[in-house]
Design a binder for this molecule. Structure first.
Ligand SMILES: [Zn+2]
Length: 171
């Protein structure tokens, strides 16, 4: 019995560092919380380009300067390229000189984060709170007051100018 408890505690200890990696946490609060959808990956593959699929559902990263959205400076909304949930407002976009579209904050309640260990050091990955599509990573070297840099893959977003209607959510 003692031996079993010991083994269980040991198992719990080695599992510990993995726990934050699995936990997804929504950023900010909204009066109408987003319901997570679980559309099969094969269906998303039909709806988005193969490159967008690699980024959104396999967590690839686009080359810097490869997206037109880096220089997009019109007023409008940036929606998830998979399910069309609005994720960022143009008012929070800024030039970070990294070659990726960058924002100071997401739309409250529409983004969720998790810790990823793909590099040696842990990074905070973030994704669409509705479809789970990977968007980018958030760093703590952004401008005041929040000091956040939401570094996004342009291909994982779609820009909707203010004069156009937001697309209906899909999925
Ligand atoms: Zn989405």
């Amino acid at each position: 019995m003692k031996r079993r408890i010991l083994l269980q505690s040991f198992a719990a200890l080695i599992m510990l560092p993995l726990i934050p990696a699995c936990r997804s946490q929504v950023v900010g609060e909204t009066s109408s919380p987003i319901t997570r959808i679980n559309k099969p990956l094969e269906e998303w593959r039909e709806l988005v380009s193969s490159r967008a699929y690699q980024i959104l559902f396999e967590e690839a990263t686009e080359r810097p300067e490869s997206s037109n959205l880096v220089y997009e400076d019109r007023e409008g909304t940036f929606v998830c390229a998979a399910c069309f949930l609005p994720l960022f407002e143009s008012a929070h976009k800024y030039e970070s000189w990294t070659g990726w579209p960058s924002f100071t904050q997401p739309i409250a309640g529409h983004i969720a984060t998790k810790i990823d260990f793909k590099m040696i050091w842990p990074r905070t990955e973030y994704h669409c709170a509705r479809c789970g599509g990977h968007q980018g990573h958030v760093f703590k070297d952004g401008p005041p007051p929040r000091g956040e840099r939401w570094c996004n893959n342009g291909i994982a977003l779609k820009f909707v100018p203010i004069a156009e209607q937001l697309p209906a959510l899909r999925g």
